[in-house]
Design a protein. Structure first.
Length: 486
């Protein structure tokens, strides 16, 4: 453990729900690497489109930063908006490498945590060697990287560039999706193993941060890593299910005793198997539900098809509703023929630590989520479902693609979503929720016309023309480190 850091604050790490009041979160602001994604490499780097970096930063993600600070660390921002957004300051407040960066220990930026640990000479040597090995750098480049100051080196590790016009290796544009690098489960941290090669460097940087930054010093013995099975290396490509891949979008901490793990395009069955064993062995949770969804890019992770809004309210893609699973709208012949499409089947299996050999099965997500609300969260209110695109074709699929189901709860009933999902917004209104645009809310908070404590049953609409094209919502762009217990 390295001792001499300029930032010695220790973080309370504790997450036991999806909707408890958010107190500390790990994020990464869009870096210059996003602006280096080219069409020929976009799919290799897990992007479907070429995004406009300046728009994402100034007109979209900056609002996310402001909202998070008003909720989690208001002293950093309240009363300062005019100064912060003065064009003369050139967004210095939002830039992790700038001396005027907001540096909050509540809205925690990955890049400055990385710069902190790179102050240590030994860690710097190890990380430079590791990154150079992954990226196939020359020995000359390795020596050059070792001589960079920590702030510049952290920026280079993430963006791939030493200067704006000189790239050493590919960027890691998915680093903004911090949910995928790790998950806090009660007082433990489960580090993830990305499925795609493009995210290998992210996992390496995250591992060094969690094991070496004083922020997480008290949790060193509670960091869990999953190992690859020894035999998967010898299997043909069809044996990829034996490879251990796990991403945070497939893991939800639903209560202190219950965890959901998705098996998807990005998370393997073997990873779910290992996670069940280790989490039960360490007594982290008592119940784990495996949700196996179709391996389709449309879905990617379970948090692209549902997230939690309140104890008794969930947003869900209607494709996985009871009505759709049972094919109630189809005639008998169509239902029988369609039933042969086994690859599209949803499978839900719930394991209990006290008797893992006798799991419980659920036919559909609505039954599972209703059971969670009633039995895990002891909710006595009526269970409600809000559907992507108001469950109207083709809007349900269109808006799910732009993350209508991928919402982040700042506290119970107050969630962040994209402003472009019109039909989903209608569904929220019909469900009794207020809707407010982020800019309007920020102005009200700055003027003192409202407070974050006053907000209830509210969908906060974030500008999203470019950000949504990166294929991830605010659930993806957040790794909660601490939530109040429900």
């Amino acid at each position: 453990m390295v001792k001499n850091y300029p930032h010695k604050t220790k973080a309370a790490v504790s997450v036991s729900s999806e909707v408890g009041r958010l107190r500390r979160v790990l994020v990464h602001s869009p870096d210059s690497g996003l602006g280096k994604v080219v069409p020929s490499k976009a799919q290799d780097w897990l992007f479907e489109d070429i995004v406009h970096l300046d728009t994402i930063r100034r007109k979209e993600y900056d609002f996310y930063t402001k909202i998070l600070l008003y909720f989690l660390d208001p002293d950093k921002i309240r009363g300062r908006l005019t100064e912060i957004d003065n064009p003369d300051n050139r967004r210095a407040f939002y830039k992790p490498g700038h001396e005027q960066f907001f540096r909050s220990d509540k809205v925690v930026e990955l890049q400055w945590l990385l710069a902190d640990i790179l102050e240590d000479h030994e860690i710097r040597l190890k990380l430079v060697a590791s990154v150079c090995a992954i990226e196939g750098c020359s020995y000359e480049n390795q020596i050059e990287l070792q001589q960079l100051d920590p702030v510049q080196l952290a920026k280079t590790f993430i963006s791939g560039s030493i200067t704006d016009d000189r790239m050493l290796f590919a960027p890691i544009p998915n680093f903004i999706f911090t949910r995928d690098i790790g998950i806090v489960i009660n007082h433990y941290v489960l580090l993830n193993k990305p499925a795609k090669k493009a995210r290998t460097r992210e996992a390496l940087l995250a591992k060094y941060i969690f094991f070496n930054h004083p922020f997480f010093q008290e949790y060193q013995d509670r960091i869990i890593e999953l190992a690859d099975t020894h035999h998967h290396f010898l299997l043909p490509r069809e044996g990829d299910d034996h490879k251990v891949t796990l991403e945070g979008g497939d893991v939800m901490v639903i209560s202190k005793d219950h965890l959901l793990i998705g098996v998807s395009e990005r998370t393997s069955l073997e990873a779910a198997h290992q996670a069940i064993n280790v989490l039960f062995e360490k007594n982290v949770v008592k119940k784990i539900t495996i949700i196996r969804i179709p391996r389709k890019r449309d879905y990617m992770h379970i948090d692209t098809i549902f997230t939690q809004i309140k104890r008794n309210v969930w947003i869900l893609l209607g494709t996985f509703s009871i009505k759709a699973i049972r094919r109630d709208d189809e005639d008998e012949i169509q239902r029988i023929l369609d039933n042969t499409k086994k690859e599209d089947k949803l499978k839900i299996i719930q394991f209990r630590k006290k008797d893992p050999g006798n799991p419980e099965y659920f036919d559909n997500l609505e039954d599972l989520l209703t059971d969670i609300s009633k039995n895990d969260l002891e909710c006595t209110e009526k269970i409600k479902f809000i559907y992507s695109g108001n469950n109207e074709f083709p809007f349900d699929a269109r808006e799910q693609w732009t993350d209508s189901c991928n919402l982040l709860a700042l506290k119970e009933g107050v969630v962040l979503g994209y402003d472009r999902n019109d039909k989903t917004i209608e569904a929220f209104k019909a469900g009794g929720f207020s809707v407010i645009h982020a800019e309007d809310l920020i102005n009200k908070l700055e003027k003192g016309d409202t407070s974050v404590d006053d907000l209830e049953n509210t969908l906060i609409l974030m500008p999203s023309a470019e950000l949504s094209r990166a294929r991830g919502g605010f659930h993806c762009m957040s790794m909660p480190l601490h939530r109040d217990p429900l």
